[in-house]
Design a protein around this ligand. Structure first.
Ligand code: DC
Length: 227
């Protein structure tokens, strides 16, 4: 069977990352969480007081950013490293979630991240999730998934995810954040979130994680035989 690229795009908190991670494990593929890359850039910009309105400062800062993923043997999870430091927990904080869509809308940031993502998927055998994977990063991906779920379900899932990481955040605050990110992600000028051409829509509102994974693994297996 040939190795393929699986692009998973969709709104925040509809289960993309959890699904993508498990699909990658089931197929013995690599997994790239591109949201983690935009989150890491946001963390760096906050910590270094980068002026987001100044393209020169932004470009200079981007030159100093190296993002890598490493597998943690004890947790079995991939973790995100920013310039050699493990930032996996930090980049999931609400402070980052509040700012990340603004940073991800900056042209220079997108160009730099897309370049790295294309390099990471060059040898195929990869599952990549984000907002522009099937439309911009790998428009030629053999399998493109567009994930969605009801807004309230997404908000409850995100609140639970934060709670599991010891962050107690009011549901209204989570909803407000999701609403704002949806708006920025879908209306920004630079590669907005769209349903990519030739993508398969997966609505996860009434699906269990295992069902989502199985469905996508099946679609992938068909493509791996066909392509
Ligand atoms: O998937 P996430 O919630 O971790 O993504 C964080 C933010 O990064 C999200 O608001 C939009 C942005 N993003 C993007 O613009 N393009 C991607 N490929 C991935 C994420």
């Amino acid at each position: 069977m040939r190795k393929i690229i699986i692009a998973i795009d969709g709104y925040s908190a509809c289960g993309k990352s959890s699904t993508a991670k498990r699909v990658a494990a089931a197929l013995n593929y690599g997994y790239v969480d591109t949201g983690a890359m935009y989150r890491s850039v946001t963390l760096y910009f906050i910590e270094h007081y980068i002026d987001l309105t100044n393209p020169k400062s932004v470009s200079k800062a981007l030159d100093n950013i190296e993002i890598t993923f490493h597998h943690n043997e004890s947790t079995g999870q991939n973790e995100t490293f920013l310039n050699g430091l493990n930032v996996e927990a930090k980049i999931r904080d609400m402070e980052i979630s509040q700012k990340v869509s603004e940073v991800a809308a900056i042209r220079e940031v997108r160009l730099a991240m897309v370049k790295q993502q294309q390099k990471m998927g060059r040898s195929k055998g990869v599952v990549m999730d984000g907002r522009d994977i099937g439309s911009v990063v790998f428009p030629e991906a053999e399998l493109k998934i567009f994930m969605n779920a009801d807004f309230d379900v997404r908000a409850e899932r995100r609140q639970k995810e934060l709670f599991d990481k010891d962050q107690l955040v009011d549901l209204d605050v989570v909803k407000e954040n999701l609403r704002k990110r949806d708006r920025i992600d879908t209306t920004r000028e630079e590669s907005p979130l769209i349903r990519p051409e030739n993508s398969v829509e997966v609505d996860t509102t009434h699906m269990f994680l295992e069902e989502q994974v199985e469905h996508i693994v099946q679609l992938a297996t068909t493509k791996m035989v066909d392509s």
